[in-house]
Design a protein around this ligand. Sequence first.
Ligand code: AHM
Ligand code: MG
Length: 282
Amino acid sequence: MEKIINKIEEIALKIDNLIKTGESGYSETSNQTGDIQLKLDIQSDEIIEEEFKDVDSIKAIISEEKEDILNLNEDGEYVVCYDPLDGSSIVDYNLSVGSIFGIYKGGLNGENIVASIYIVYGPRVEMVKTIKGSKPIHYRLVGDKFVEQGEITMEQKGKLNAPGSTQKNWYPYHKELIESLFQEGYRLRYSGGMVPDLHQILLKGGGLFSYPGTTDKPKGKLRDLFEVIPFALAYIEAGAEAIDDKGISLLELETEHPHDTSPCFFGSKYEIAKVREAYNGK
Ligand code: AHM
Ligand code: MG
């Protein structure tokens, strides 16, 4: 695990440099979900594959940018699932983006995640590492080293509301939930990048990030293995909650296909209680 984490730190430096110096714009290919890939998506994916290739403990890797699992070492213990560069629609407009890694042992389900790491490429480069059973740890890149900033603990209630997806396609009960939080005084904070949006709520200690199922996409947009489960681990270990639209913990998600998606809600206890109330029986 130590070796994987060290590699992810090296990867973060390389992707940060790529974002700053690489070419903008689209490539001529699309990924598994049908999104046209940016040149940066493809190059970030190549960096990660190259770096992970010589890590003996990695059995296989699965990238959001590729259809299939790539087997690396038969005797490896871990499968690493990753979104090389999350925020394809905003990176060329110079908003913050991220990389997300979920490390799984013994099967690709929520209960088998053993660690998650995400990197935020913003005005600063930061990393949050969560090992199952311990609080997430926040790091900041200083020079070429990640320096520990401390453990992350969420409060019972926050002030931020980050509602994802297309509002026109929201179910009425979801609309009521989001509106009721604004009526209570919550402030809108949504950049279109789940990494900076979820990072802000974690560091500020509370709030709600939601990406619901909608009339056009009942299973939402965010991918279980690369996006949903890794952040669920960070939120739950920080003392917050992460649930789906049935109120089930996202760490209980069972996936059938590597690119499965799920409606998801990440937040402190107070806001998640509101989600459960709004979605009860729906
Ligand atoms: P991507 O993996 O293609 O970049 O899409 C994922 C991103 C998330 O970072 C973000 O929360 C979401 O898409 C935003 O989607 P929307 O614009 O529908 O709210
Ligand atoms: Mg993504």
